[in-house]
Design a binder for this molecule. Structure first.
Ligand code: AMP
Length: 365
């Protein structure tokens, strides 16, 4: 079987690396011929929304998927007539717009922060009057890793926030004073089988994922998170891996967003789980049985953003697994990650401390 993936970034690269042992082959579509997925699979060079290139991709593969979320859904819908596309385009469409996404969450009984659509300065003033400050003004579309956001601390921030983000559809969200952030990742196969990983605890720096630790053991929250994930699986008749990111507030989950794809907070599953999220995604979209999501002890994943540690120094740390995405270093760019897996939480957390010393000083605090 050959899988066609729209986007050839690190997620596509890791999907291919997980699929090869199963005898699967991969073709990517990406505008950048040097994209890091192109180092490990065939790559059709073209824009994500070029109908001719998408047709070429579809005609050369058995099943389609995407690793990049900002693909126009209209162009994708057109090629689903040629080949099956998983996850479903409807899930991608919902995740592309924070307002549609949060409205769907509410409809399905998944708690979210209070929110208000904002299309004008008057809307923003009304939203802040209704929901109060602090809050976060976000672009509804094309925002990721904390981009396209303005934190409104007091009413006096309303005008500057509007000047910075106004002009595109926005959403104002009440600030959630969370105690921690967690994510749930699970797969549903095209045959309807599901497999869900234990919760992962995530720490961000400047809106970008910094460190993930799993399992985050909390039976009540695990049950809640699985219930919410399954509601989305059913709603979309889903196939593939799906992620929901949550805030934890007073022992309850509040959904921030979903990602209809493998997720950065699940990279620890490569060494830390019986079956990685990447392998389960390809199994799911090919209609194969899913693999066990059991954890091999206690895992942690550290992201390398903008700079990657010197390879020899990193590899000297016992038990550390280095993943270098083969990308050129640029500020803010995700270049790689490291995972450690240990038998106990204490050993894992000691190794995390050591792993943090690999990072440049400013980020290791
Ligand atoms: P996002 O791009 O929505 O994933 O936001 C990036 C990060 O900003 C989240 O992981 C949180 O740390 C923070 N954040 C976003 N929305 C809120 C909110 N409503 N309340 C508190 N923190 C938030």
């Amino acid at each position: 079987m050959r899988i066609g993936i729209i986007g050839a970034g690190q997620l596509g690269r890791m999907l291919a690396l997980a699929g090869y042992p199963l005898g699967l082959r991969f073709t990517f579509l990406d505008p950048n011929p040097d994209a890091c997925g192109a180092q490990v699979g065939e790559c059709i060079v073209g824009a994500y929304d070029d109908p001719a290139k998408l047709r070429e991709l579809a005609d050369n593969v058995d099943v389609l998927s995407f690793e990049f979320e900002n693909v126009p859904v209209e162009t994708l819908t057109a090629i689903t007539r040629r080949r099956p596309m998983y996850p479903p385009v409807a899930a991608l469409a919902a995740s592309q717009d924070r307002l549609t996404e949060k409205t769907l969450f509410r409809k399905l009984g998944i708690p979210t922060p209070d929110f208000h659509a904002v299309d004008s300065l008057e809307d923003l003033q009304a939203a802040v009057a209704e929901l109060g400050a602090p809050g976060i003004l976000k672009t509804r579309r094309l925002g990721y890793d904390g981009r396209g956001q303005y934190r409104i601390r007091t009413v006096s921030d309303v005008i500057p926030a509007w000047h910075q983000l106004g002009g595109v559809p926005l959403i104002y969200e009440a600030f959630v004073p969370f105690t921690r952030e967690v994510s749930i990742i699970g797969a549903r196969s095209s045959k309807g089988e599901t497999a869900i990983y234990p919760l992962t605890e995530n720490t961000h720096q400047n809106g970008v994922l910094h460190l993930s630790k799993a399992p985050y053991k909390n039976a009540k929250l695990q049950t809640q998170a699985e219930k919410y994930l399954k509601k989305l699986f059913r709603h979309f008749d889903y196939a593939g891996v799906l992620t929901i990111e949550f805030f934890v507030l007073r022992g309850q989950l509040i959904a921030n967003e979903m990602a209809p794809r493998v997720h950065n907070s699940g990279h620890w599953t490569i060494e830390g789980a019986e079956t990685s999220q990447f392998e389960n995604h390809v199994r799911a979209i090919c209609g194969l049985p899913l693999g066990s999501t059991a954890v091999r002890g206690h895992a942690a994943m550290l992201n390398f953003v903008g700079q990657i540690p010197e390879q020899a120094a990193a590899l000297k740390q016992p038990g550390l697994h280095l993943h270098h995405y083969g990308k050129e270093a640029r500020p803010g760019r995700k270049l790689g990650h490291a995972t450690i897996v240990a038998d106990t939480i204490q050993t894992r957390d000691r190794s995390v401390k050591k792993m943090l010393t690999l990072l440049p000083k400013a980020r290791s605090r």
